[in-house]
Design a protein around this ligand. Structure first.
Ligand code: CTP
Ligand code: CA
Length: 235
């Protein structure tokens, strides 16, 4: 290899990372949200920066501060994140979708605050499905025949239809991404703490890889794997 001593594994690479949870407006003061803290995305950005990458950080709502040293793009809704992601992906070697994207948004957003009217029924909120950003990124990448590496995240539990690995494998296939980082949620797993247990699934048929530890440990393992995959695609 022509790798120079001291050259970091992602030197010269641009990595786009989405993080946090989207907020879907109901009216000017209310939204539908989720509990994503943004911590995993921040850990990924930090690991990518440490590996020498330029990082485009797409931040939906987060409980934590974005890391210093990234190109910060703040978004609110899934539709905003979609626009930002498709734009940031251009010229990126890697796109990592760590954001918790709302599957649905209110069909209508009231331009004025929804008022309660005494004596009348509670309003009914109709939802419509948001676009699948990860899938769109993959479709565009494939249409352009680019070698961009695309990484998804998923939290799965086993159920009567299959175990974690079966659900995750089906999702990887559906999404068409190169890597899917699967968080094992549920029985025997500590939830809501800073410890994680993940399986990294490869769309290219490589064996599943396990990683466990803090969100930083998991992020380091993911960025490591990304660096390895990239060095295979274009050394
Ligand atoms: N994702 C996305 N756009 C969406 C929903 C999800 O880009 N509208 C991305 C997430 O950022 C994540 C991956 O897709 O990287 C998997 O998200 P997940 O919610 O597990 O997948 P879904 O297809 O929404 O499946 P589910 O019905 O299990 O929620
Ligand atoms: Ca979802």
């Amino acid at each position: 290899s022509t790798q120079l001593a001291g050259l970091k594994p992602l030197s010269g690479r641009t990595v786009t990372i989405s993080a946090g949870g989207t907020r879907e407006a109901l009216d000017p003061v209310r939204f539908l949200g989720n509990r994503s803290s943004g911590k995993q995305g921040v850990a990924l950005a930090t690991a990518a920066l440490d590996a020498g990458a330029q990082v485009r950080f797409l931040a939906a709502h987060m409980d934590v501060q974005p890391p210093a040293g990234v190109e910060l793009i703040q978004v609110e809704s899934a539709l905003e994140l979609r626009d930002a992601a498709l734009k940031a992906a251009i010229g990126s070697d890697v796109v990592i979708m760590a954001a918790a994207v709302a599957d649905f948004r209110p069909a209508e957003v009231s331009g004025t605050k929804i008022k309660k009217v005494n004596g009348s029924d509670a309003p009914v909120v109709h939802l419509v499905q948001n676009p699948d950003i990860l899938h769109e990124l993959v479709e565009r990448r494939d249409a352009e025949a680019s070698t961009q590496l695309i990484v998804g995240f998923a939290a799965e539990t086993g159920d009567e239809d299959g175990d974690v690995l079966q659900h995750a494998t089906a999702k990887l296939k559906r999404k068409g991404c190169d890597l899917l980082v699967v968080n094992q949620v549920g029985v025997g797993r500590v939830f809501g703490q800073d410890q994680n247990s993940v399986i990294i699934l490869s769309g290219r048929g490589a064996a599943p890889q396990s990683a466990a530890g803090s969100k930083s440990d998991v992020a380091a393992a993911v960025i490591d794997r990304v660096s390895t995959e990239l060095s295979h695609v274009h050394p």
